[in-house]
Design a protein around this ligand. Structure first.
Ligand code: ITT
Ligand code: NA
Length: 200
């Protein structure tokens, strides 16, 4: 059994592969379909962008497709970078550049005001069907120096309150148990069962 995920982000791909392996699914991503176009994320919300990615690729490959639109929502920055998380420091800039920009913008913000959450919206699209949409948040706060080598993106700066560690210091398995993406996948697995029965 295979599930196609409309992502080119290797960090997301690795997390999905680990989570869906438990259900007996092998994950394919856009890294396995180099001929497919980049889907422009012109939406104004996580859901609009996740729909664009899932529905466009599902139409093109004529198969069900899952997409993830996610990001870091920082209270002291009025919700930025939000849907702009991947391109906060500019198009095709590194995770390190995004993290440096985030630290710079929060320089004068005291610890108690450095609250933030990761958000994840998942859209599962199939040709000619209504898409499934689930979402989840993960609360934490933004540290002052990057710590940890696991994960991707803003993980080295995202402090998980229960552990007083960054999400880059958690193992992949620990992160998946707690994260916005892990929670969203578990919600999807619940609604999926009904969907599959109705659409077989
Ligand atoms: P695809 O669109 O190809 O899936 P992307 O990285 O461009 O890849 P998004 O547009 O959804 O995906 O942007 C998500 C960004 O939010 C991601 O690049 C990270 O900077 C950040 N992010 C999301 N989830 C994260 C996580 O679990 N840990 C760290 N950073 C995360
Ligand atoms: Na993207």
């Amino acid at each position: 059994r295979t599930i196609v995920i409309a992502t080119r982000n290797p960090g997301k791909a690795k997390e999905f592969a680990a989570m869906f392996a438990k259900d007996g699914y092998q994950v394919k991503t856009l890294l396995d379909y180099p001929e497919l176009p980049d889907v422009e994320e012109t939406g104004k919300t996580f859901e609009e962008n996740a729909r664009l990615k899932a529905e466009t690729i599902a139409q093109l490959i004529k198969q069900p497709v899952l997409a993830d639109d996610s990001g870091l929502v920082v209270d002291a920055l009025n919700g930025m970078p939000g849907i702009f998380s991947a391109r906060f420091a500019g198009e095709r800039k590194s995770d390190a550049a995004n993290n440096a920009k985030l630290l710079h913008e929060l320089t004068d913000v005291p610890d108690e005001k450095r609250t933030a959450h990761f958000h994840c919206t998942l859209v599962f699209a199939a040709p000619q069907k209504e898409s499934l949409v689930v979402e989840a948040d993960w609360n934490g706060r933004i540290g002052r120096i990057p710590q940890g080598d696991n994960g991707f993106g803003y993980d080295p700066l995202f402090i998980v309150p229960e552990f007083n560690k960054t999400s880059a210091e958690l193992t992949g398995e620990e992160k998946n148990q707690l994260s916005h993406r892990g929670m969203a996948v578990r919600k999807l697995e619940k609604v999926w069962k009904n969907w599959l029965e109705e659409n077989e």
